[in-house]
Design a protein around this ligand. Sequence first.
Ligand SMILES: Nc1ncnc2c1ncn2[C@@H]1O[C@H](COP(=O)(O)OP(=O)(O)OP(=O)(O)O)[C@@H](O)[C@H]1O
Ligand SMILES: [Mg+2]
Length: 405
Amino acid sequence: MTGLAGTPVPGLAPLWTHDPVSAGPYRLVGRLGAGGQGVVYLGEDDQGDQVAVKMINVDLSDSRVRSRFMKEIAAARRVVPFCTAQVLFAEVDGERPYVVSEFIEGPTLYRHVQDHGPVAGNALHRLAVGTATAVAAIHRSDVVHCDLKPDNVVLGRDGPRVIDFGIARALGGTDTVTSRVMGTIAYMAPERFRNDSVGPPCDVFAWAATIVFAAGGRPPFGNDSPFAVMHRVLNDPPDLPPLPRGLDELLRQCLAKDPTARPDAENVLMRLLGQDDRVTGPLRRETVLQVGNETAGTVPPTQPLSSPRPGSAAPSQYRAPAFASGAPAAPSTPGGGWGRRLRRESVDAWGISTAIFLGSVGAAAGYVASSALDAAAATGAATFVVVYVVRLLVATALGDSSDRR
Ligand SMILES: Nc1ncnc2c1ncn2[C@@H]1O[C@H](COP(=O)(O)OP(=O)(O)OP(=O)(O)O)[C@@H](O)[C@H]1O
Ligand SMILES: [Mg+2]
């Protein structure tokens, strides 16, 4: 199966006879898959840009249900694209509602583990960092994923991406959720079975269950009969495969029965990055998502959304050998690392503030020395530029150490 411009999209199935052929400006070129909420199609616009179009199998004719849906999707659109597939827009007025999001080429984590076995070593660490970065980014926008699981992690060619955030909550209260629940029990936190309030700790639990699945090929409370799994989730300790001690401890805390005993997603990410040999210094809240994004190997969000274009298509398989064997991931190219660091340091709030402060000191000193406003402004501007550029070059050259703040 090929896309508009002949770029093969692995796993893309032909449209069925009664499938829609378009969604808004997008031509639907094939089926990416189907789940409890509906069917996901690959869409392409006139320029050949590809998107994932999820046609939702739910009745949104009730205006309250529709407005709740739009509110949740609007919040999902605000999530910064760190290790996530960006939600682009949703349409609810036609016969069939749909949500359009960034298309990530690659297998889901579930498929990858089925085909290649568990993930280990550095690949597991990068997966944990990438997915925790996504969850932390989602929570920063006050969105709760509500359906994090290995089927909702796509292993893109540049790193793992979490998809479908907010959609389950957007559909809360509709019949779809009730029927879909059966498929995702193995990743659901105990408070969901108790009908307690559903908040960010549910995603932390689901994140840990997803990583346990990646590492051992089986979720921590099994995957047999729904009632047996539910019973274990509510009463039994998790069953984890052999893991590095730090990760084992972290996952157990995230799988605590009491949601208030679980760390929040940002704390999880900080702790994972703290276990990374390449990150040795204290981490700062302002940059932690960016550091997580880079550690996971995902394209920084300052770059345009990745739409596979003719001629730029990457290998279709997600670094399967590194995942399967646990071999260290290939280091990023020196040019790429330098470029990323330069971009990050150029907008570093601390660096800019220091340059502004010393620029003001320079301007004051210039005024004291010359009593002329022109000279003071010139001295201040020159001081600002020199401090900004020197700090930028030094921080970029030291590279890794700036990642460690
Ligand atoms: N943004 C995306 N980029 C690439 N592939 C996607 C994207 N969204 C969905 N898919 C593909 O479509 C498939 C079906 O997704 P869907 O969300 O409908 O099912 P699911 O995740 O298995 O179940 P659920 O309905 O509970 O989320 C996924 O397994 C994935 O292969
Ligand atoms: Mg999904």
